[in-house]
Ligand binder design. Structure first.
Ligand SMILES: NC(=O)c1ccc[n+]([C@@H]2O[C@H](COP(=O)([O-])OP(=O)(O)OC[C@H]3O[C@@H](n4cnc5c(N)ncnc54)[C@H](O)[C@@H]3O)[C@@H](O)[C@H]2O)c1
Length: 437
């Protein structure tokens, strides 16, 4: 056996900080509380339900992930966060309309006790929102320092030993990284000068890392995906991950596309459209916010299908993604996919998918897993971009020059092999030849 990585025990309480306390965040918080009271099951969460095979298939060793690596226990989690609306988590969850009244009633006093801290917000970055619960500051650096103070106060008041942060805020408008994002020095100068290039999400990311808090980004914003923040994560030895939770349609894409490629079936076009009526849908109705989403949604197919390697199957396939804001649906999205594929001798076929999903129900267990795995990574001394968490993201972050791995099944092998590697277990190659010696 190889030497295991040294992992500090998950002693004390873990604070989970949520910039943005809307549908996803409150579904996550309410869900964890329902689960720890034994009133519900953590369906969709690998950290709570999945097992991991160790050694040979004949060894019969398949512990639960939770018994294999030292994860923080749900009982030890404290929640905090920020929002530009002052509603407590019960009010915000009721407004989001994801969980039933009956479910919310069971955890009402608990949720009422979670009050967001005032947000760092700029309406130029999220055009469809305007809220009263917002910090004022002399500069963006001043705002970052206020966030850092919030984190220290939260830790003191809740008697929390470690924290992780997961961005569950709205999707900001699309921005390319600029010179301001190029190095930590230029970014800090930008903060002091309140540069327009710096989005609120990046101020949170900076503040969290400065305060020693690992950070994952659930939206397509730059947040932790630019050189200055990578530098800070390296300097502070903190893990970061992103971006954009992989929940509904893109999750489906990263299941079906590897199957087409595995069978060497061609693709002429993939048309995806959604109707969605929650606040996220309203924000994404703004073309500039949608642009950010479109970029993370479009990438997966290109990387999975590798048109450069397989031009006769995938070169120039048409890929269209639409999101339509349609209030009657609330959080219960409907996503349609039409795939024009072709097979033997070029004969055309079609696949239609109509996924009636619940966005936040799919996202909540991802938030939980990311929180627990980021904390595990930190206690294991892993820092910088956590590629093994690609499984959870539409547009996985990678080291510069590396293309991201989008295939869900490769991502799962990567995740589980990383856990095996941490514990000094043999990596599973699926070679299988040893059974026939
Ligand atoms: N639900 C999913 O399946 C899914 C999948 C992938 C990504 N996402 C992303 O996750 C994020 C959250 O989704 P949601 O459905 O909970 O949206 P939501 O609109 O219900 O919640 C977002 C919350 O963030 C708050 N917010 C916006 N800017 C903020 C800021 N600067 N500081 C603090 N709070 C801020 C808003 O007031 C709102 O309460 C969105 O960016 C969404 O695109 C969701």
């Amino acid at each position: 056996m190889r030497k295991p990585v040294e992992i500090a025990p998950p002693s004390g309480k873990l604070g989970v900080l949520l910039p943005g306390m809307g549908a996803v965040a409150t579904t996550f918080v309410a869900g964890v509380e329902l689960i720890r009271r034994g009133l519900s099951k953590p369906v969709g969460s690998l950290t709570q339900l999945a097992t991991i095979r160790l050694g040979k298939r004949t060894d019969g060793r398949s512990p639960k992930i939770a018994d294999f690596v030292p994860l923080a226990s749900l009982a030890d989690i404290e929640f905090g966060g920020w929002d530009l609306f002052p509603d407590n988590a019960y009010e915000a969850a009721s407004e989001a309309g994801v969980l039933s009244k009956e479910h919310l009633a069971e955890v009402r006093p608990f949720l009422e006790g979670i009050q967001p801290m005032p947000a760092v917000f700029d309406p130029g970055y999220v055009k469809r929102l305007m809220g009263p619960h917002v910090k004022k500051g002399a500069s963006k650096m001043d705002l970052a320092e206020q966030l850092i103070e919030d984190i220290h106060r939260f830790k003191r008041e809740k008697n929390v030993e470690r924290c992780v942060a997961i961005w569950c805020g709205s999707t900001e408008v699309y921005r390319e990284p600029t010179d301001t994002h190029a190095s930590l020095a230029s970014f800090e100068k930008g903060l002091r000068e309140s540069s327009d290039d710096i989005a609120p999400s990046a101020i949170y990311a900076y503040a969290c890392l400065k305060a020693g808090v690992p950070y994952a980004n659930g939206a397509p914003n730059l947040s932790v995906d630019f050189p200055a923040i990578h530098e800070l994560a390296r300097e502070r030895q903190l893990p970061i991950a992103g971006k954009d939770f992989k929940t509904g349609q893109t999750w489906m894409k990263t299941i079906i596309a590897p199957g087409l490629k595995a069978r060497m079936l061609g693709l002429e076009g993939w048309y995806s459209t959604n109707i969605l009526g929650n606040r996220d849908g309203e924000v994404l109705d703004d073309p500039e916010s949608f642009k950010a989403k479109e970029v993370t949604k479009l990438g997966a197919l290109e990387y999975i299908l590798q048109p450069k390697l397989y031009p006769e199957l995938y070169e120039g396939f048409h890929h269209v993604v639409r999101i339509n804001y349609y209030p009657p649906r609330g959080d219960n999205k409907e996503g349609w996919d039409n795939l024009d594929i072709f097979g033997w001798l070029g004969y055309p076929m079609q696949i239609k998918v109509d996924f009636l999903c619940r966005d936040s129900i799919l996202a909540a267990p991802i938030v939980l897993d990311l929180a627990l795995f980021l904390d595990l990574a930190q206690r294991s001394g892993m820092h910088g971009i956590q590629e093994w968490l690609s499984f959870y993201f539409k547009s996985p972050m990678t080291a510069p020059g590396l293309y991201p791995e989008h295939d869900l099944f490769i991502q799962l092998i990567k995740l589980k092999n990383t856990l095996r590697w941490m514990r000094g277990e043999e990596l599973i190659t699926h070679l299988g030849i040893e059974y026939y010696d």
